[in-house]
Design a protein around this ligand. Structure first.
Ligand SMILES: C[S@@+](CC[C@H](N)C(=O)[O-])C[C@H]1O[C@@H](n2cnc3c(N)ncnc32)[C@H](O)[C@@H]1O
Length: 242
């Protein structure tokens, strides 16, 4: 049984939190750019939320990969209800091999499931090897450059995080999410230093790796509701190319 098997529906519904649309989704699609005609792999696809958006944005083929059977069931169910041509595979992203190279790999919150440098390197290698030469790997992640600290709270955005202060390599980061309907659920990520990420990308063979600060949708800018979130963002984006 995988961790998300017991929280699959709650996790799916957390996409209704405002930060997920106005910051996470906006930033991710700024990084994804024009996907028309591209072959895409969505690693740790969950219930397929971004898999579907990538296909709707014009990708020629999108495969979503997730280790949780319950998350893949949700994704498959949505595909049966409203067919888009997305393909879903239940597999460990650390051991996945696509049938053909892709133009773009997307990973929204996969890498923060690596508890060790070795596991992070495995994820990076799989994503690197899945790409055609010069293909890109983009995603969003737990913001390991801004770990939880006293005085910083994301509760008003539906998100709580706790861990040792400061966190050490491999420490658990406990997330508690409260959905707009009041349902609260928890899951764990792991902390690895930002430098460990940079090393893993380099060792996996990526030419270029950079962290990208998240941005707020232009329509929301100027609303002070976002001040705390954007001053201490709990999530970060990244971009690398093969
Ligand atoms: C925070 S959710 C993100 C889901 C989706 N990307 C999204 O943004 O809605 C993290 C997902 O990572 C998946 N996951 C964790 N470890 C994994 C692994 N080794 N291989 C594939 N998926 C994994 C979980 O099952 C879960 O669905």
């Amino acid at each position: 049984m995988e961790a998300y098997d017991t929280i699959a529906e709650e996790y799916r519904d957390s996409k209704r939190l405002s930060f997920r649309e106005h910051v996470e989704r906006y930033t991710l699609f700024e990084m994804v750019g024009d996907v028309r005609g591209k072959r895409v792999l969505d690693m740790a696809c969950g219930d397929g939320f971004y898999t579907r958006l990538l296909k709707r944005a014009g990708a020629s083929a999108v495969t979503g990969v997730d280790i949780s059977a319950a998350m893949i069931d949700l994704a498959d169910g949505e595909e049966r209800r409203s067919p888009l041509g997305c393909e879903y595979v239940q597999a460990d992203a650390g051991a996945f091999e696509p049938a053909e190279p892709v133009d773009l790999v997307v990973a929204a919150y996969l890498l923060n499931y690596a508890a060790t440098r070795e596991q992070l390197l495995r994820f990076c290698r799989v994503c690197h090897d899945a790409l055609r030469p010069a293909g890109r790997f983009v995603g969003v992640n737990d913001n390991v450059r801004n770990p939880p600290a006293p005085g910083v709270s994301w509760k008003m955005y539906g998100l709580e995080k706790s861990c040792a202060n400061p966190p050490a390599e491999g420490d658990v980061i406990r997330y508690a999410v409260t959905n707009p309907d009041g349902r609260r659920f928890e899951f764990d990520n792991f902390y690895l230093r930002p430098e460990t990420y940079a090393e893993a990308f380099r060792e996996a063979g990526f030419q270029r790796f950079r962290w990208v600060d998240v941005s707020l949708h232009p329509a929301q800018r100027g609303d002070s509701f976002w001040d705390d979130f954007m001053t201490h963002p709990p999530i970060v984006a990244f971009e690398a190319s093969r």
